[in-house]
Write a protein that binds this ligand. Structure first.
Ligand SMILES: Nc1ncnc2c1ncn2[C@@H]1O[C@H](COP(=O)(O)OP(=O)(O)OP(=O)(O)O)[C@@H](O)[C@H]1O
Length: 300
C-alpha cells in the first residue's frame, strides 16, 4: 500500500486555484519528485500533506487512512524558507521540536547528538542558529526535519545554499532514509538532483499536472534529439545531412542536434566513410530539457 496517496486534491485561495486536482502516490521507501515552475503549487501541496492547510476538494490518505493529528509524529518537514528561530540554541530548538513530535527529551538529545556527529559539527549543539552560516543553518533545518525519525519526510529545496560536499552528504542521508523505509516527497528546481534521487515525478505548471510518472518512461516519450560523435579527424558535410538541425564542434568531436532518428544513422555512415569513429551516442533528453519543454508547451 502507498504511504501517501493524493486523490484529485484541489486548493483555492479566493478566486485563485493554487493546486488543481493533483493525484499522486508515494510508496513506502520511495523518493518522489514534486517539480514545477515558481508558483506552480508545490509548497501548497506539501502544506496540505503536512496537514497545515486543508484541501478544498479531493483527499489525502496516509497508509490508506485520512489525516489525523497523530500523524504529526510521523512526519518531518524541511521548509524552503528557514524554519528555525535565529536567536535560539540549536539543541534547545531541535529537542523542543522533537518532543512536540512525541520523542522523550533523552531520546531527542541522543538523536540530535547522532546527527551533529554525523555532519561533523558536534560543537553546534550550543550555538545559536544566527551564529551559523546559511548552509549550516540549512543543515540544522534538515536535522530538525529528521531528528524524530519520520516515516514521511517532506523536503522543499533541501540542498539550497549547500556546497557540493554537503550536497553529497545530504543526498547519501536521504538515500539511507529511503532504504530504511521513509517515504520522501522531494521538491527542487535542480533537475540533476531529481535524476539522481527519484524514480517517479510530477511536474506542475500553474496549478496543473503537466507530466507524471517514472522518469525512464517519461524519457521514452520524448524524441532523442542529440548525437555525440567523436572521431580521429574532421568530418565534412555533417551540416548538410537531412535531419541535422545544428552542428557544434567540441573539444574531441561534435554535438549534433537532429529532428528525426534517421539522421543519426546518416551521421554515423558519413563519419565512418571518412575515418575512424571513436564514440557515437544518441542521447536521451535530460529532465531539464523535458521540464522546459513541458512547462513551455503548457504556457503556449
Ligand atoms: N496563502 C496564500 N494566499 C493566497 N495565494 C497563495 C497563498 N499561498 C500560495 N498562494 C498562491 O498559490 C500559487 C501556488 O503557490 P506555491 O507557493 O504553492 O508555489 P510553489 O510551486 O511552491 O512555488 P515556488 O517554486 O516559487 O516556491 C501561487 O500563485 C501563489 O501566489
Amino acid at each position: 500500500m502507498e504511504a501517501l496517496h493524493l486523490e484529485r486534491v484541489v486548493k483555492q485561495y479566493g478566486d485563485k486555484t493554487a493546486v488543481n486536482g493533483i493525484s499522486l502516490k508515494v510508496e513506502q521507501g520511495e523518493i518522489y519528485g514534486l517539480l514545477g515552475a515558481n508558483g506552480a503549487g508545490k509548497t501548497t501541496t506539501m502544506r496540505m500533506v503536512l496537514g497545515l492547510i486543508y484541501p478544498d476538494e479531493g483527499r489525502i490518505l496516509y497508509n490508506g487512512k485520512p489525516y489525523s493529528t497523530e500523524l504529526q509524529h510521523l512526519m518531518g518537514y524541511l521548509p524552503e524558507e528557514r524554519g528555525l528561530y535565529p536567536k535560539v540554541k540549536v539543541s534547545d530548538q531541535i529537542i523542543y521540536l522533537a518532543r512536540l513530535r512525541g520523542m522523550l527529551a533523552s531520546e531527542a538529545d541522543k538523536s540530535l547528538r547522532y546527527w551533529l556527529d554525523r555532519f561533523d559539527v558536534p560543537e553546534y549543539y550550543n550555538k545559536k542558529i544566527e551564529e551559523l552560516s546559511k548552509g549550516n543553518q540549512q543543515k540544522m533545518g534538515f536535522v530538525a526535519a529528521v531528528v524524530h525519525k519520520p516515516k514521511i519526510l517532506i523536503l522543499d529545496e533541501a540542498f539550497s545554499g549547500l556546497d557540493p560536499v554537503n550536497v553529497e552528504l545530504l543526498k547519501d542521508t536521504v538515500r539511507e532514509m529511503r532504504d530504511q523505509g521513509t517515504s520522501i516527497l522531494f521538491s527542487t528546481h535542480r533537475m540533476e538532483h531529481v535524476e539522481e534521487l527519484c524514480r517517479n515525478i510530477t511536474i506542475l505548471d500553474r496549478s496543473n499536472t503537466v507530466v507524471q510518472g517514472d522518469i525512464r518512461e517519461i524519457k521514452k516519450g520524448y524524441p532523442r534529439e542529440a548525437v555525440v560523435l567523436r572521431t580521429a579527424g574532421e568530418v565534412n558535410g555533417l551540416a548538410e545531412i537531412a535531419g541535422v538541425t545544428a552542428v557544434e564542434r567540441q573539444e574531441r568531436g561534435y554535438l549534433l542536434s537532429i529532428s528525426e532518428i534517421g539522421a543519426a544513422q546518416r551521421i554515423l555512415q558519413l563519419a565512418m566513410a571518412q575515418g575512424e569513429v571513436e564514440h557515437f551516442e544518441i542521447k536521451e533528453p535530460t529532465l531539464n530539457q523535458i521540464f522546459i519543454r513541458a512547462v513551455g508547451e503548457s504556457n503556449e
